[in-house]
Write a protein that binds this ligand. Structure first.
Ligand code: H79
Length: 404
């Protein structure tokens, strides 16, 4: 890991926000494509996109209270509507009904709350005919499209102060969806030099053909892959990314499972919320996030900055999975023992001490042949959501120290 990347696994948890013109229709962010709405019809939405209750500060405060350390907002999604001021198009929130630069309000709110700032930018743009024609059928128009998109990136990288993450998406083209030279298609090499010059230390995801700082598995937590790679899994808190009527939020337990799985696998979690057209994050989404936040306040040490030192099957202990950090192991007790005893049959390490994370209550830990035994847990689980036990080992917890 390079120095400038080190904050990322420490931060571990971010808020993804899908919000734009499509939010008005309440059928997700792909509605223009899925409902086959023409640009001339779709673009009329801009005249009623004027959220009365948009307060970026509220989003950022919620993210902080939820235990998140960074945010990523859709500056432009596939529909091409820009939530920032652009010289190169009128199809922006600044030049339509609201007259507001939502990206500016958002970056300021992030900084006020001490959160790192991420910008999502879609290469795909359904407003631009050349995008559909592609570079082979319409080379000149494609070149102009690439210039347009490059200019907008320059605006985003210049006009909003320090940006910590650039999150590309949709960098494909209908006829060339399996085109092997993505970086050539999107002029990535040249743009990357410009972006990294304008924003030294920025992290760029792996979806544009640019040199990637981290990979971005979507809707799944990776259990394998190289130990050294920085990874961030993006998940929706409901079914949809963009706001959808009647889309119920997942319950807190399922989010807790994702948090622990990310901790155990050393993967960042970018959890998506879907503000309504008025700019309000639905109440059920807020509740789930805040519940997770209060659990993380007590147990965050087992989550932030953990490393994947253990093989994936390490998630299977009789009481629950384990995350690790240096010579520390954190046991997520999903199945709380009736008799106050826990057995671990897979570690070769000797543990020198054990305690309940959160309360600090000491537990006894000893070796019984090949297994580790933890004793002295109270009858009632100390944490009503999920108790975590902190184990200190004499040496680093590496896979080669495990029993086969
Ligand atoms: O921004 C979110 C998605 O809109 C975007 N990436 C995340 C972060 C994305 N773009 N493309 N894809 C995901 C893959 C394409 C999925 C599709 Fe579909 C399957 C497009 C149409 C069918 C998913 C399901 C989108 C609409 C229905």
């Amino acid at each position: 890991m390079l120095d400038y990347q080190k904050w990322f696994p420490e931060a571990r948890y971010g808020m993804f926000i899908h919000w734009g013109l499509y939010s008005l229709l309440g059928r997700g962010e792909w509605v223009m494509h899925l409902d086959d709405i023409s640009p001339s019809e779709y673009n009329k939405l801009a005249s009623s996109f004027n959220p009365g209750h948009f307060e970026a500060e509220k989003w950022a405060r919620l993210a902080r209270e939820a235990g998140m350390k960074y945010m990523v907002m859709t500056a432009k999604h596939h529909d091409g509507f820009c939530l920032f001021d652009s010289k190169y198009t009128d199809f922006t929130s600044v030049k339509t009904a609201s007259g507001r630069d939502f990206v500016r309000e958002y970056v300021e709110a992030c900084r006020n709350e001490g959160l790192k700032v991420g910008i999502y930018f879609s290469c795909k743009d359904w407003q631009i005919p050349a995008y559909f024609q592609g570079p082979e059928k319409a080379p000149e128009q494609w070149a102009a499209f690439i210039e347009y998109y490059g200019n907008q990136l320059t605006e985003l990288m210049t006009n909003y102060g320090k940006i910590d993450i650039l999150w590309f998406d949709g960098c494909d083209q209908p006829d060339l969806s399996s085109y092997p030279y993505k970086s050539f298609l999107w002029n990535a090499a040249e743009l990357e030099v410009k972006i990294r010059r304008l924003q030294p230390g920025i992290l760029i995801n792996n979806r544009s053909g640019m040199h990637a700082d981290f990979s971005t598995p979507e809707q799944e937590i990776p259990r394998n892959g190289p130990l050294s790679e920085l990874r961030e899994c993006c998940l929706t808190i409901s079914r949809s990314w963009g706001y959808a009527h009647g889309d119920r939020c997942r319950d807190f337990d399922s989010i807790l499972n994702e948090l622990t799985a990310c901790a155990c696998n050393g993967v960042n979690l970018l959890l998506n919320v879907s503000p309504d057209p008025d700019g309000v994050i639905p109440a059920d989404q807020q509740n789930t996030l805040l519940k997770a936040g209060s659990w993380l306040k007590r147990n965050g040490e087992a989550f932030y900055g953990t490393e994947r030192q253990l093989p994936p099957w390490w998630e299977y202990n009789s009481c629950g999975p384990v995350s690790t950090k240096g010579n520390l192991a954190y046991l997520f007790v999903q199945r709380y023992p009736l008799d106050g005893r826990i057995f671990l049959g897979k570690f070769k390490n000797n543990f020198s001490s054990a305690c309940v994370l959160g309360s600090g209550q000491r537990l006894s830990v000893f070796r019984d042949g090949n297994r580790t035994v933890i004793e002295g847990l109270p009858k009632e689980a100390p944490d009503d959501i999920c108790t975590v036990i902190r184990l200190e080992s004499e040496m680093a917890l590496s896979p080669w120290l495990l029993k086969k």
